[in-house]
Design a protein around this ligand. Sequence first.
Ligand code: ADP
Length: 464
Amino acid sequence: MGWLLLRLLASTLSVVVAAVVGWLVGGAWQFPLVGAAVGAVLGAQIYALSDALRGQHFLKWLQSREATPPPRGGGFWGEVSYRVDRSQRSLEQRIDRERTRLDQFLSAIEASPNGVMMLDVNDQIEWCNSVAADHFGIDPQRDRLQPITNLVRAPIFVAHLQARLFNEAVSFPGPGSRGAVSVLIKPYGDSMKLVLSQDITERERSDSMRRGFVANVSHEIRTPLTVLSGFIETMSSLQLTEVERRRVIELMAQQAQRMQHLVGDLLTLAQLEGSPRPPADRWVPVRQLLTQVRAAAEALSAGRHELVYGSGVMSETGGDLIAGSEQELHSAIANLVNNAIRYTPNGGTVHVCWTVRADGIGELEVRDTGIGIAKEHLPRLTERFYRVDGSRSRDTGGTGLGLSIVKHVVQRHGGELEIRSEPGNGSSFKLLFPAARVRVVNSPLELQSTTLQPGADAAVGMAG
Ligand code: ADP
């Protein structure tokens, strides 16, 4: 209202001043009234022209606002320029703030381990993060605004999208048939869709491993159980002689033992998987571990093999030390020695050696001159229930879990299992322990080998 009055005042003043000037000039020629009228018209026109020029200036500035400052000067147009400039700047600041927030929001979605994709009303890709792009095998920039069904052709996904029943997730093979992807679609806004995707390859793999494991365990237990129940039936329905009865009981005991071994190994594996890593400051003497293994090895071999404990296994002061769990380490070494005896024909040799390499890595090797293993089996040997020769394994009391336990134990101690073998030329299994878990007690180690004949009363591999 104030500006209206001011403008009225200014225009009136211009007209009055021009009329007065016209009246004075017209008066000089005896026509003061005509002069005043012409002056008033001219004054109004000059005022309108100057107003139009300033308005034009303002419009020009509005069009090219970014480069130039607002038109200076007071008056109506100066005030309009100033106010428009101020409101534009505050608008720009708000847009900048919103843009930053949007960028932060998109970066957060980008950092999500899950895929996020937005589809418009026509199922065209509005936006997707790089995880979703990877899951669907698309390019977030190139494929923007492309219909998703042109790019993702998995029939399950297409049917799900078209059925518009979005209350449960669907799974389908990932691009190039690698892995599996699970997708959940959530409608939002005006027929837009949010597509959330997740790589479930690992989950599917572990599910299938678990199913396989349960099937294997059931199979392994069912066989001795069937045999046992057969014998129980025989004993309860038939009159057996004393000799027959003893034989049946012996066979039943064998089957029970087989199940006991299996359950024992399963419990060991479960314990290894469910317990924290072995302590790095509890030192176990290598000699102690091997002394424990030795008696069982001799009993199993029963004089059929030469058992050699060599190279630095022991020292006078008690031998080198490994940091970790005595029980686990014993179980790993016992499994290797047990295998070496079981897979080495009579008259063969089993070596057990302990050395500390120059780089500090401790190496416990169990080597045999047995049947060996063909190359193609080596990568799978540590899988649960993997056997090269199933009947030989079972006949000798194997559960198919031994090497799996060994691998777990050595990995829990920060080390690794190295296997070398050739059919007919024996095998070598090495447990490699990191330097941080090995302590040399009697160095320099003297490499001396002591042959222990089964039943001999020698101390295990005394070095020094
Ligand atoms: P198992 O109880 O059957 O011996 P393991 O996991 O200990 O199970 O070993 C897996 C398979 O590896 C065995 O079935 C056997 O075929 C092979 N194997 C293991 N150790 C030896 C070895 N010292 N010599 C030859 N084959 C071996």
